[in-house]
Design a protein around this ligand. Structure first.
Ligand code: IPM
Ligand code: MG
Length: 359
């Protein structure tokens, strides 16, 4: 198969980690007879520096006209003080909105090999912890009206959290369908004891729960979820939630795995066009040093093969290779912990090691 990938390397460690994922994709192409054509588009600070905007209209078009998008990370202190409407993150939100990427899948998997790197290692979390956060990605407070204005002699600011029934229903369906292929359990996270948008969320989810009666369903409040994730994460299979709750909970959940550097994500639309990116940021403090962990991006590439290209065997191959490399004791610094028996490797060495396991 021939697939066209629009590549958004972005800022900070973005270019380094994306290069490793592309290396792995090429290796897969070689082994299985696919060719992955790449179209490079500037995004974030890199684009601001060149064009004055975080992504150009033309760049956005190229994201729409491909088979899927691979993203590194955007943002950094250099662009923190510019006009908020032009910030690097705006590009990310624009791509999500324009491509209709309403469903963000964030698998949180505990690699048993990395248990010693998890701050929760002594709290009874089980090996093999495996949950999926399904985050709504194109609605809610991220996309409601944002306004700052003067009132009664002081500055006031407001952000609107708005959801319509169809937006809730379509993300709910993704969650229930995902659960059917996994542990058949959905926790829907909301703040229905306070927010109207959450009351509507709950109502729509309850209707779906009746339709998907084979899936075990529970409502859970977001504050309680934050606590339960630390107390007993093994109780969760699929967590479905609105945009901002999902942003916060997925960062929290990532620490169960030992390192946010390990976590991939898929942002899906109603077609096979998706965007794939690690959930971590651009880590400007370690950029350019070849020490970043590329595994979150490599695992995102695996998700691209699975969800956008239906290349299941190829995706499994990458995931198996990552596991083998970890089994053999290779670690980037973020996952090295204090274990003296591991071999510390650079970002590019990690990419090479994964490629070597794909033979
Ligand atoms: C994420 C990030 C983004 C978000 C930022 C960079 C806008 O934190 O993908 O989780 O909040 O969605
Ligand atoms: Mg986030």
């Amino acid at each position: 198969m021939n697939k066209k990938i629009t590549v958004l390397k972005g800022d900070g460690i973005g270019p380094e980690i994306v290069d490793e994922a592309l290396k792995v994709l090429d290796k897969i192409g070689e082994k299985y007879g696919h060719s992955f054509e790449k179209d490079y588009v500037d995004i974030g600070g890199a684009s601001i520096d060149k064009f004055g905007v975080p992504i150009t209209d033309e760049g956005l078009e190229r994201c729409k006209n491909c088979d899927s998008v691979l993203l590194g990370a955007v943002g950094g202190p250099k662009w923190d003080t510019i006009d908020p409407l032009k910030r690097p993150e705006k590009a990310l939100l624009k791509v999500r909105a324009e491509l209709g990427l309403f469903a963000n899948l964030r698998p949180t998997k505990m690699f048993p090999q990395l248990k010693s790197a998890s701050p929760l290692k002594d709290t009874g979390i089980k090996d093999g912890l495996d949950l999926m956060i399904v985050r709504e990605l194109t609605g809610g407070i991220y996309f409601g009206e944002h306004k700052t204005f003067e009132q009664d002699g002081e500055t006031v600011a407001t952000d609107l959290m708005l959801y319509s029934e169809h937006e809730i229903e379509r993300i709910g369906r993704v969650a229930f369908e995902t659960a059917r292929k996994r542990g058949s359990k959905v926790h829907s996270v909301d703040k229905a004891n306070v927010l109207d948008s959450s009351k509507l969320w709950r109502k729509v989810m309850h209707k779906l729960a009746e339709e998907y009666s084979d899936v075990e369903y529970s409502d859970i409040l977001v504050d309680n979820t934050a606590m339960q994730l630390v107390r007993n994460p093994g109780q969760f299979d699929v967590i479905v939630t609105e945009n901002m709750f999902g942003d916060i909970l997925s960062d929290e959940a990532s620490m169960l795995t030992g390192s946010i550097g390990m976590m991939p994500s898929a942002s899906l639309s109603s077609t096979t066009l998706g965007m794939y990116e690690p959930i971590h940021g651009s880590a400007p403090d370690i950029a350019g040093q070849n020490i970043a962990n590329p595994l979150g991006t490599i695992l995102s590439a695996a998700m691209m093969l699975r969800y956008s290209f239906d290349m299941i065997e190829e995706a499994n191959d990458i995931e198996k290779a990552v596991n083998t490399v970890l089994d053999k004791g290779y670690r980037t610094v973020d996952i090295a912990g204090k274990d003296e028996n591991v071999t510390k490797v650079s970002c590019s060495e990690m990419g090479d090691l994964v490629c070597r396991e794909i033979q």
